[in-house]
Design a protein around this ligand. Structure first.
Ligand code: MN
Length: 178
């Protein structure tokens, strides 16, 4: 767990994004956030709190509530916990330039408790239940290893009472209402 890569990619005198001060994990339920990021390519950043940081994946098409719509999720650098509240404009010329808005958030429950979340992420498979406004119920994240770099994962909705059995496009679902 390190925010070194996060820190190195950004110029904090230019971008309004939070700096990489690691915070202590608290007793509350761990959080998740999905940010719609209109950068060079529109994508959705899916983040799960673990070990005092936000483990992060860029999901080009965004999550789906349909178990048949497996979504590519490319693991990116850990982000600071404060990033969960970040919305705004990252100026031109900066890493990830474009607008960031919170698309969904809430808490999550980690399911396979025989090992901790960070270990499960290192091993490439974890299951969790999301308690969000749009994303609800069981999901799996599984690493595919197809590119040999261990960055490509699939985010898959599990079939449960929250699952939707029709085409489900994150881009068509409105952003989080404040
Ligand atoms: Mn992004």
């Amino acid at each position: 767990m390190s925010l070194k890569e996060y820190q190195e990619k950004r110029k904090f005198d230019e971008t309004p994004e939070p700096t990489a001060e690691s915070r202590q994990a608290s007793e509350r339920e761990p959080i998740f956030v999905v940010q719609k990021h209109d950068a060079s390519h529109l994508h959705f950043d899916f983040r799960l709190e673990a070990d005092g940081v936000l483990k992060s994946w860029a999901v080009p098409k965004g999550p789906s509530m349909n178990p048949k719509e497996k979504r590519l999720a490319v693991q990116v650098e850990d982000h600071p916990l404060d990033y969960a509240e970040f919305e705004g404009l990252i100026p031109e010329g900066n890493y990830g330039a474009g607008t960031v808005e919170i698309w969904d958030n809430g808490t999550y429950t980690y399911i396979e408790k025989y090992k901790d979340v960070s270990t499960a992420i290192e091993e490439g498979i974890l299951e969790f239940k999301l308690h969000g406004g749009k994303l609800k119920g069981l999901f799996t994240l599984i690493r595919t290893n197809m590119d040999g770099k261990k960055k490509n994962w699939l985010l898959i909705k599990k079939d449960d009472p929250y699952a939707v059995h029709q085409k489900w496009e994150a881009i068509d679902i409105p952003s989080y209402e404040k």
